[in-house]
Design a protein around this ligand. Sequence first.
Ligand code: HEC
Ligand code: HEC
Length: 292
Amino acid sequence: MRRLIRWVIVLAICLGAALFITRPRFAAPNLLDGLVADPARGSVVFAAMGCASCHMAENDSTPDDLPGGRQFVSDFGTFIAPNISPDPTYGIGAWSDLEIATAVLHGTSPRGQHLYPAFPYSSYARTTPQDIVDLIGHLRSLPPQAEPNAPHQVGFPFNIRAALGGWKLLFAGSGWVLQGNLTETEQRGRYLVEGLGHCAECHTPRNLLGGLKRSKWLTGATNPSGKGRIPGITLDQLDWSDADVIAYLTTGFTPDFDSVGGSMAEVVDNLSQLPRSDIEAIVAYLRRVPTR
Ligand code: HEC
Ligand code: HEC
């Protein structure tokens, strides 16, 4: 039944996309004008955004090497991360800054194709232009990798990229989830959690079409790999002190000295490179998110 409902919705979206022609979005031509890249700052942005967790080689964990090849299982098929090293032939070395910004912010390729949301651009859409410029400066400083991309293993109708226009219309690129009066620290935390850190992509349940359920924000989700559940991280659900959460996010140890596992281990590797004030901001934000 779930499958059938999904099919009907997907076909409707394909039709809708064909009828209303959902044109891919590009970054504004002047978005990056006048901004100068600071690659050192960019390496922290890169860590916060977790690009390496997906674009490193399958059996290598050198965050400077981004040849792609890791597989991401989903309800819609298996996606294989592409090469995003500066290699001009196999990677993105020949892309302009604006083309890279367009991919990260809007999930649009230089040829105007929609990219799959397995690449969390719907969270990254919130990234500031300065952070994008610094990120690109860092990416361009990394070693080129001569590794060809592998095709995704995705069946009909999900292999029709044009239909992703409908998906984006429904789920991508809207404003903040946590609204209201936030302190400066909480706003920084919101930027890191809802934007760069894309925490919700794992910790929030999805609807039949793979869109995040905003009404169940960060309350936990099934693990797409099929193994168990990803825990909720709204803090009234967790019963940890601020210091406990900070320790976990930077060292990977829980209050009872368990150590972090699964895909969160790489998130912790990344977060440990952020300044302490950013980790405190993440915790301040999580304290504000209600459990429903
Ligand atoms: C959760 C995993 C994941 C994360 C995190 C991630 N990506 Fe990706 N990325 C992917 C997948 C999967 C694709 C393939 C999408 C497609 O083909 O439609 C992709 C595609 C891309 C592309 C398009 C490449 C091409 O040849 O078409 C670029 C550029 C890119 N990612 C850059 C980045 C950057 C920069 C970051 C960090 C800011 C990042 N990615 C973070 C999984 C990820
Ligand atoms: C790629 C998926 C993924 C992303 C992205 C992710 N997490 Fe996690 N997170 C997990 C998994 C899986 C676990 C469970 C780890 C385990 O079993 O040891 C977890 C566990 C946690 C826990 C411990 C909860 C508990 O009850 O043990 C916290 C806190 C947490 N994550 C916070 C975050 C924050 C904050 C972010 C964003 C900066 C984030 N996570 C991003 C997958 C992810």
